[in-house]
Design a binder for this molecule. Sequence first.
Ligand code: ATP
Length: 359
Amino acid sequence: MTSSGAQVELVSISKSFKSSGTAVASVDLNIGAGEFVTLLGPSGSGKTTTLNMIAGFIDPDEGSVRLDGVDVVSTPVHKRDIGMVFQQFSLFPHMTVGENIAFPLKERGMKRAQVAEAVESVLEKVNLAGYANRKPQELSGGQQQRAAIARAIVFGPRLLLMDEPLSALDKKLREHLQLEIKRIQRDLGVTCVFVTHDQEEALLLSDRIVVFNEGEVVQVGTPAEVYAHPSERFVAEFLGDSNLFDGTLGTDDDGARTLGCDEGVFPVATGHADGAACLLLRPEVIELSPSRTAGVRPQIRCVVEDSDYFGPVTKYWVRSETGRMLHVRQTQDPESFLPVGAEVFLSWDPARGHILAGQ
Ligand SMILES: Nc1ncnc2c1ncn2[C@@H]1O[C@H](COP(=O)(O)OP(=O)(O)OP(=O)(O)O)[C@@H](O)[C@H]1O
């Protein structure tokens, strides 16, 4: 199968549809050989259109798609040699699993004996050894997607495109297959472009995440970068739970940088000019304490409104005195569980707050 992944370059690609207007607006993206990149964004943000332009199903109105430095915009789909897996189970229903997987090899003129060997080997890779003679409808949803993955990788493509391949599966199966996809991709060294609107899936799988909003790329970064340092409010809210405090950056009498907002004046990390800004606190950054701690800043007094116990983690919803609902995630022992109605004090390390300047 694959020895190395392809390098993908999107250079200012745009696409508009007559009926719906701009779907993708001047997207630039460089994907390295062997990288796992996820296109993440809400419904209608242009992810699938972008993937389809890489595949060749849609021609961009402008810009170019380069595979290993070669512009492929005028190369038809079947000549791009790309493996593809879609949300819908796309196996041919009248063929067995083995015949489905053999199909791309026969199309490429591979000899019978080699085909049989390749099919057997790829079935093992996706944990479907022994299933070659079944029809797709005799497989579970998860097994069908494994077979679809096998068919997509069997001919050794250097690029694998996956469009929400797991969204039709239940949660448990999805989580299991996520890990399998990652393992297979790493083993093969194939470059993978994966589309999802599921932020947890994107965080788990990706080397880098490309966040789409309204046809534009709003941020590209590692999962840790986009989660902890979102470039804008949209990314902060789309990826993970967020507590956002709108305010104004300034300096207090001791020369420390602060953000003044409805909930108080909070110390913040340096590095941003005075003016409007938004402070992002992820739920796990906040500490909860049943009493005020003398001398600690920042602190916000709140009341517990609701909580969900997940074993090692408890998720609290607390309301501040200004009426704001805030999420807090705590990893505490069951003895210190805070009941609904309890008074609590929120504090955090200012260095762990993320400032969205000018927003
Ligand atoms: N063939 C088409 N004809 C007309 N408009 C289209 C076509 N395909 C996509 N669009 C429009 O282009 C925009 C982007 O669609 P796209 O499918 O790329 O988004 P997406 O982020 O993949 O969404 P989803 O997660 O729902 O699949 C949407 O407004 C959509 O309605």
